[in-house]
Design a protein around this ligand. Structure first.
Ligand SMILES: [Zn+2]
Length: 125
């Protein structure tokens, strides 16, 4: 059974640093992916009208766009977690107001729900 305990100040600081590193790396990824989507957008509508080439450009653009969307979604969650650290509500389950398992936050540092609530959420309670 996972322990539910509050975070120490030093632990919060580490968590914040981890989140900020993750955030910076995601920002870089989003910029790369958006640039890639742009390039392929241009290639797709370019003068070279080889349909196979246009098809692969379109596929690459869609892949880049969907990865970028995923990364942006993560960024939003990380921003949210950083705000919760500032507000002093980090690591507290939004539903039951209990502390979220630290093991869970190790894996998903921006988790908003504890394991029990998450499971209930997924199974539709
Ligand atoms: Zn909960």
């Amino acid at each position: 059974m996972a322990k539910k305990t509050a975070f120490k100040k030093s632990e919060l600081k580490t968590r914040r640093e981890e989140l900020e590193v993750e955030r910076a790396s995601l920002l870089g990824q989003v910029a790369d992916l958006d640039a890639e989507a742009d390039v392929n957008n241009w290639r797709e509508g370019g003068f070279d009208d080889d349909p196979a080439d246009a098809g692969s450009a379109s596929f690459e653009r869609e892949t880049a766009q969907s990865l970028s969307k995923h990364a942006k979604n993560l960024l939003t969650q990380i921003d949210d977690a950083l705000r919760r650290i500032d507000a002093g509500t980090y690591g507290i389950c939004e539903r039951c107001k209990e502390h979220i398992e630290k093991e869970r936050l190790e894996v998903i540092p921006y988790a908003r729900l504890c394991m029990d609530c998450k499971r209930r959420d997924e199974t539709g309670r």
